[in-house]
Design a protein around this ligand. Structure first.
Ligand code: IVH
Length: 697
């Protein structure tokens, strides 16, 4: 049962005042908790529909007991407070949220309210736009004299986070708007939604999984997580997009209507959603809603409804807002795509790092155009919290249209034959104890390399594309070689070259494929060191960290010996390890723990008998070796990409954002907020000319 169903009284009007006050208190804390999960941690626990239901319950109780509306009422707050990791920006005009409509009656009411408010004659035509409600995160972009100077997240609606450096990395967002002088206001604030496409989301999660990192729940969380990165170069590596759909402060009006404003944005170089329509009454609005709902499964981005906005700006102005939502707009939501099915069983999957993940096996069912027969249950707490039993009828939902989720159990359908699921305290594959450390959600198998499931997953990771990348050695082949007992350790993968004839005699193989495979394995013996380090599959060591470690330690035994010495955290090896930029204590701990294990040490020594990874090329020694450099503005004699590559070649590290650690800011033409920030922090600012002189010196 969802929270709203659990908390909703039989009759709100029959409540005693004290009961209503208690309910409002509980709802305020519940909604605040979920707001934080959603906005602060990009990791929601409940579906949007369940969230909307608790918000609606809160609103209904407040409507019946207006005297009891709390100072911290969820209806007067939007979203979560800004995260302390970013600077804060107070919005020049608050970023509002939208009220929701669910059916035609709600739309009729919306239109009637507006006509009443404006005291319109019944014959006076009202115009609206109908545009998709993009399921991403909203952002406010401030342009001064055409130059992008600031970007802020919505935050709590009044104050958001400064994500300027990160937003600068998004290709859909122009750094400069080009308009003939007369039509370019001194201050132009453009608001819209940053999102990730469904295809890019799937590819990103694949990379996350390969790197042993937690996958994102849906494209919206992936977009939020990608934007809110302290290191803007991570944002740059994530494909984010932007649709412009609203304004903040504008010093001189550019259009009388919203539709005209959207056209203006489009002329300025922004991407505006092409499904937007002009409508004149409830019937036309609902027809647009239907069309967009039909298009929904075919769109490459998630939408969760259609937003209707009064077209005339002067009317928007007069209508104003109630609490934190405009009177002139409403979001007509889509029903979440849900289906009911039977949970046949719960299996435990053992991952590369030993994580035990419960997976629901379901009677196949179609949800939003896709047949679903499995759904992850995340961890044991989730199974308990949702009170899931084997044999239950469950409601399934495709969250953000991608990962199937079990929303809830249909408790009314139980007949007593359902079985409770006992989470194992032993690995189902190797039977070693599975331990869940205090404060962690995940139980892990302690079998390490002796666990066949972990071993297999590690081998798959070792040969994967971003690690050793051995042509012809995919997951299927690895499974086969493990089954034949030809591969028991990673070093055995290289010893396969002595089995060319055995391999050739396998089904669907043949001499030529076997020869190709042997050649590919031999070629991988010289793979760069960072690929080998990444391939070991150490917790938290993704590709970027592996590259840093390779640069620093230059050899695998160098890395291993240093990590073994660093077990003593007073040793210089420890301070050396945590001194590497971007390596913190938690990553250091995982490295130390990995190499402290003798079975891992033996595995590495065995591996080193088979491969000779060359040390990474050392950057040239130069005046900028080891310096942290930020580029901003437009460079004239070379591209930004080329300038960065040049700096890195000379041993500098290029960063996307200014901090006290920055050594130089290279400021091209029209450098904006970064130059100001650099000046405040006393960072040396170089012109493009100074920069050329410096690196040629
Ligand atoms: S207009 C004053 N238009 O929905 C109205 N919002 O639930 C401001 N959203 O915070 C919003 N697509 O993040 C508007 N076409 C669209 C939208 C849209 C998505 C988001 C936006 C807003 C939230 C409100």
């Amino acid at each position: 049962m969802n929270d709203a169903d659990r908390l909703r009284p039989d009759s709100i009007t029959a409540l005693e005042g004290t009961e209503a006050a208690l309910l409002l208190e509980e709802l305020a804390s519940l909604i605040s908790y979920h707001d934080n999960r959603y906005h602060g941690e990009d990791s929601p626990e409940i579906s949007d529909a369940d969230y909307d239901a608790v918000v609606a319950l809160n609103r209904d109780i407040e409507a019946a007991f207006p005297a009891l509306i709390r100072a911290d009422s969820p209806s007067v707050r939007v979203g979560a407070a800004p995260s302390p990791a970013f600077g804060k920006i107070t919005h020049s005009q608050p970023m509002l949220s939208l009220s929701n409509a669910f059916d035609k009656t709600d739309i009729d009411d919306f239109i009637a309210r507006i006509s009443r408010f404006l005291a319109l004659e019944s014959t006076e035509p009202l115009g609206f736009t109908a545009e998709p409600k993009i399921d991403g995160l909203s952002i406010s972009l401030r342009y001064e004299a055409g130059q992008l100077v600031q970007a802020a997240t919505r935050g709590d609606g009044s104050e958001g986070e400064d994500v300027t450096a990160n937003v600068m990395q998004i290709k859909d967002i122009p750094h400069r708007v080009t308009q003939s002088g007369a039509k370019l206001p001194d201050v132009l604030e453009v608001r819209g939604e940053i999102y990730m496409t469904k295809a890019d989301f799937a590819a990103l999660n694949e990379r996350q999984a390969e790197a042993g990192l937690k996958p994102f729940a849906n494209p919206r969380n992936a977009a939020a997580g990608s934007l809110r990165q302290k290191d803007a170069s991570i944002t740059a590596a994530r494909p984010l997009h932007f649709f412009a759909y609203a304004s903040g402060t504008i010093s001189t009006a550019v259009s009388d209507t919203h539709h005209g404003f959207l056209d203006y944005l489009s002329e300025c170089g922004f991407v505006v959603n092409t499904l937007t329509r002009l409508c004149h009454n409830a019937e036309e609005l609902v027809a647009s809603w239907r069309d967009i709902n039909t298009a929904r499964p075919h769109l490459d981005y998630d939408i969760d409804g259609v937003v209707y906005k009064v077209n005339r700006h002067d009317w928007q102005q007069r209508l104003g807002q109630v609490s934190r939502a405009p009177r002139w707009a409403i979001a007509h939501k889509f029903a979440a795509e849900q289906a009911e099915t039977t949970l046949l069983d719960i299996d435990i999957q053992v991952g590369r790092t030993g994580a035990l993940t419960p997976v629901a096996r379901l009677a196949p069912v179609l949800v939003g155009g896709v047949t679903v027969s499995n759904a992850t249950l995340h961890n044991e707490d989730e199974v308990r919290r949702k009170n899931i039993r084997i044999g239950d009828r469950v409601i399934l939902q495709r969250a953000g249209d991608v990962i199937p989720q079990i929303v809830r159990v249909v408790e009314a359908s139980r007949d007593g034959s359902e079985r409770e699921f006992l989470f194992p305290d032993k690995c189902p594959v190797c039977h070693h104890p599975a331990i869940r450390p205090d404060g962690e959600a995940i139980r892990r198998c302690t079998g390490g390399f002796t666990c066949e499931a972990q071993r297999l997953e590690r081998f798959k990771h070792f040969v994967s594309r971003n690690a050793m990348d051995i042509d012809g050695l995919g997951e299927r082949q690895i499974e086969l070689f493990v089954e034949k007992d030809w591969v028991r350790t990673v070093a055995d993968i290289f010893r396969l070259t002595a089995r060319e004839d055995d391999i050739a005699s396998l089904d669907r193989m043949g001499q030529k494929s076997a020869e190709n495979l042997v050649n590919a394995i031999n070629a991988a013996r010289k793979n760069e060191l960072s690929r080998v380090i990444f391939g070991l599959g150490i917790r938290q060591i993704g590709q970027a960290t592996a590259r840093l470690l390779a640069q620093h330690y230059l050899s695998l035994d160098g890395l291993m010996n240093a990590c073994r010495q660093a077990q003593d955290n007073t040793a210089s090896a420890y301070s050396d390890l945590v001194g590497i930029d971007q390596i913190g204590a938690s990553v250091a701990d995982d490295l130390i723990l990995f190499f402290a294990d003798d079975s891992h040490r033996n595995m590495v020594l065995d591996l080193l008998g088979e491969i000779q990874p060359p040390p990474p090329e050392q950057p040239e020694d130069s005046v900028i070796s080891g310096k942290i450099i930020v580029f901003t503005g437009t460079l004239t004699s070379l591209s930004r990409t080329e300038a960065k590559a040049q700096a890195e070649r000379l041993g500098a590290r290029v960063s996307g954002s200014i901090s006290a650690k920055t050594d130089y800011l290279v400021a091209g033409a029209d450098a904006g907020s970064k130059a100001r920030k650099a000046a405040e922090l006393g960072v040396t600012i170089l012109t493009e000319e100074n920069w050329r002189t410096l690196i040629n010196s």
